[in-house]
Unconditional design. Structure first.
Length: 359
């Protein structure tokens, strides 16, 4: 193992001991926010230090085996012990490198999922509805909660635009690579001659900001308009100005919410979506800066980038970023996304490991 990695692991081991001391202080819970940060850091470091301890044990076993090689009566046993220790060290080093990979601070956040119909007219809106169902079914498999925030329905079914909030453990970590252009190739229900049409939707996955203040939304930078909600919702929702539109003047971001009958609740939901969009924009600017120095294997994150094609006649789904093709379109559209998301996460980790090795 590289001396720089050994030094880093020694430093983290000392930090864990310090955290043990801090958490043992009877007054540590006086500041509950600080206490939570310490316990979270302790939980992150514990598995890493534990693996490092196993690596050091294997290192000691290797040294002991080498010492025994000079004894002719112990040579066979020593060679077996040496090989076993080296194999353990190799596996533990790979595991330690994975644990040392920088963690995305947004991975454990709840997420806003936006789906917008693109080229393809009515068929695109129907596909947007199919994508929402796919992600909703996936959320059910993960035992996440899905809350509909805003929806603009299409006349033929599906959605022109739909926004939902997904709540659960590790939501953003598993869905963050879904952002981008999703293309569908199939015969629309309205097609009488059986011709295959191509249409597309855009998906945006944004981590939910902890607090609105986190992205510094000043009251003088927003314009709030209220209007009468349209579409389904009963007579009451159409008779009052319960719908809310918020415009963030510096960025031009506009958020509408009309799903609830309460203007106050719609405003609160719209502010959450606005905070997430601003946070996502700031995150995108940061990632673009990082991408200037090295290209990401997962893609640029550009919302217009075509990341995946759903070919229904051939029953296949292709993710263009990692050249993965799966012939299980029915299962995937029913929410079986584990193989796709797992492959994307693995590719991203491989890239990070390569970068770690270079540095």
């Amino acid at each position: 193992m590289k001396p720089s990695l050994i030094a880093k692991l020694d430093q983290l081991t000392m930090r864990l001991r310090e955290l043990d001391r801090l958490l043992g202080d009877p007054h540590v819970t006086d500041n509950i926010d600080h206490y939570r940060k310490l316990t979270r850091e302790h939980a992150d470091l514990s598995p890493l230090v534990e693996q490092y301890g196993l690596y050091q044990n294997a290192l000691n076993d290797e040294a002991a085996a080498r010492d025994m090689l000079s004894d002719a009566s112990m040579k066979v046993f020593a060679e077996e012990e040496l090989q076993s220790a080296q194999q353990r060290m190799q596996l533990l080093e790979i595991e330690l490198q994975k644990l040392l990979l920088p963690k995305d601070p947004d991975d454990e956040r709840n997420t806003f999922l936006e789906i917008r119909a693109g080229t393809g007219g009515d068929e695109s809106a129907l596909f947007a509805g199919d994508l929402l169902r796919m992600y909703t079914r996936y959320a059910e498999r993960q035992r996440w909660q899905v809350e509909l925030i805003s929806a603009s329905h299409s006349e033929v079914g599906g959605y022109k635009e739909v926004i939902c909030r997904i709540v659960g453990q590790g939501v953003y970590s598993k869905l963050k690579f879904e952002s981008g252009g999703h293309r569908v190739q199939r015969v629309p229900q309205t097609e009488t001659q059986g011709r295959i049409h191509t249409s597309a939707c855009t998906v945006a996955v944004m981590p939910e900001a902890d607090e609105i203040e986190e992205v510094n939304i000043r009251p003088d930078e927003i314009r709030i308009d209220t209007f009468r909600a349209s579409g389904a919702g009963g007579q009451h929702i159409n008779k009052t100005d319960s719908a809310v539109r918020i415009t963030h003047l510096p960025t031009g971001i506009v958020v509408e919410c009309q799903d609830d009958r309460s203007q106050h609740k719609n405003k609160a939901q719209a502010m959450k979506v606005l905070a997430a969009r601003i946070h996502d924009q700031q995150l995108g600017a940061q990632q673009s800066q990082e991408a200037a120095t090295r290209k990401s294997l997962i893609g640029s994150g550009d919302r217009s980038e075509r990341i995946r094609t759903y070919n229904f006649p051939q029953g296949r789904i292709t993710d263009h970023r990692i050249n993965l093709t799966l012939y299980k379109i029915d299962a995937i559209m029913d929410g079986d996304l584990d193989e796709l998301t797992g492959a994307l996460i693995a590719e991203h980790q491989a890239e990070l490991l390569a970068t770690l090795s270079e540095t």
